[in-house]
Ligand binder design. Structure first.
Ligand SMILES: [Fe+2]
Length: 183
């Protein structure tokens, strides 16, 4: 089996996040429940992904002590902080607020810039300077395990997606656990 590198895992996370941006586009004019589901999952995915980068990748890059590496991780950490602040604001507003959609569009733009910067600068730098460390046995697996453990944490209980079949067609719909009260 080919050993996945740490940056490949993170690039895959980025794909998932971009997929959720597109899903939001698809549901923004549909029911609030469908919108809520995508938004909750996206907020969880962003938070989990940032934590993985901050726990695994940024320290590795910072550890090399290279000037561009430290400058980049500092910038990326600052960008994580501003994205977290945007998420906080959107959470407070709630998806039913009339300005939620505008705020969400701003979040997407800010995230897209950040993801592109990581892929185009930080990941490339890490891949050229830390190729061996990134492909080290067990690193990608530890990240994947950590990701699963974070997603399973009680704080994300409402955000875990449960995909169910749409009875009216082949399309998959999203059901959020806990959304419908039993009884
Ligand atoms: Fe990232």
């Amino acid at each position: 089996m080919t050993q996945l590198s740490a940056t490949q895992v993170l690039r895959d996370n980025h794909k998932t996040i971009r997929g959720l941006f597109r899903q939001y586009e698809g549901v923004r004019r549909k029911t609030p429940e469908m919108r809520d589901g995508v938004v909750r999952e996206l907020f969880m995915m962003l938070d989990v992904h940032f934590r993985l980068e901050e726990e695994f990748l940024y320290p590795l890059v910072a550890h090399t002590g290279s000037e561009p590496g430290t400058a980049l991780t500092d910038d990326c950490e600052r960008e994580h902080a501003s994205i977290r602040a945007l998420i906080q604001g959107l959470r407070r507003r709630g998806t039913r607020d009339e300005f939620f959609d505008t705020g969400f569009t701003n979040l997407v733009t800010t995230c897209e810039e950040h993801l592109a910067r990581e892929e185009g600068e930080l990941f490339l730098l890490a891949e050229s300077e830390l190729a061996e460390a990134l492909s080290e046995d067990g690193l990608a697996e530890s990240m994947e395990n950590r990701r699963k453990a974070l997603i399973a944490a009680p704080e994300y209980r409402d955000a875990r997606p449960e995909v169910v079949q749409n009875p009216h067609g082949g399309e998959q719909m999203r059901k959020i656990p806990g959304e419908r009260k039993a009884g």
